[in-house]
Design a protein around this ligand. Structure first.
Ligand SMILES: CC(C)(COP(=O)(O)OP(=O)(O)OC[C@H]1O[C@@H](n2cnc3c(N)ncnc32)[C@H](O)[C@@H]1OP(=O)(O)O)[C@@H](O)C(=O)NCCC(=O)NCCS
Length: 175
């Protein structure tokens, strides 16, 4: 397997702390149309912008990990835990997998690894996320992980020429 340091490891993937070395991969991932259409980001992001984000996240003690597929030894996606509210023990989750690595269980396993870590080591008690209601694949993965829909914001975001609904979902530790 990859010689890079990894932070968490599962059967299918390892989660690697994102650094300058991964900036090219992250640039490819977040500019990929199939991924981008499901994310809130609207503007093109180059490697310099990505490095600024990584540095800002490091300063704030937020987590940005690259998901590497163990079988092919390749970068497959990214997973983030951010916007921590330490006094409320909450954090937000964001995940993206390259189209060629989707549907192989990497999204599920990497989410499980990071959420378990947050519950057991950061004393996070609630992981939250926002997802477009049209993103059935993501909603179904979040439900498989145990997330519940808490709210639906009607016509909340302007995407691809129309207003779309946004779901707020959460997973509470030990519930
Ligand atoms: C959403 C996403 C993270 C899922 O990751 P993945 O690695 O493809 O998903 P997995 O293979 O781990 O599958 C986990 C579950 O997701 C659901 N799922 C996966 N592929 C699916 C598909 N084609 N159709 C419907 N549900 C699907 C299923 O519930 C699946 O569980 P199952 O295999 O037991 O049926 C990934 O597709 C992705 O990055 N999409 C683009 C970016 C995005 O939408 N990010 C989330 C923004 S909120």
């Amino acid at each position: 397997m990859d010689k890079r340091a990894f932070f968490l490891s599962g059967k299918k993937c390892v989660l690697i702390p994102a650094s300058k070395r991964e900036a090219g991969f992250i640039e490819k991932l977040i500019n990929e149309e199939e991924v981008r259409k499901n994310l809130a980001e609207r503007f093109p992001r180059n490697q310099e912008a990505i490095m600024e984000t990584l540095e800002a996240m490091n300063r704030k003690k937020e987590i940005f990990l690259v998901i590497a597929d163990k079988k092919t030894d390749s970068n497959a996606g990214a997973i983030l835990l951010h916007d921590f509210s330490w006094h409320n023990r909450r954090a937000m989750l964001t995940i993206s997998i390259l189209p060629e690595f989707q549907g192989m269980g990497l999204g599920y396993e990497s989410s499980k690894l990071l959420i378990d870590y947050a519950f057991k080591n950061l004393q996070i008690h609630k992981v939250c996320l926002e997802v477009y209601a049209f993103n059935k694949r993501a909603v179904s993965m979040y439900e498989k992980l145990g997330f519940k829909k808490e709210g639906r914001f009607k016509k909340h975001s302007f995407k691809d020429g129309k207003y779309v609904d946004l779901l707020f979902m959460s997973l509470i530790h030990d519930e």
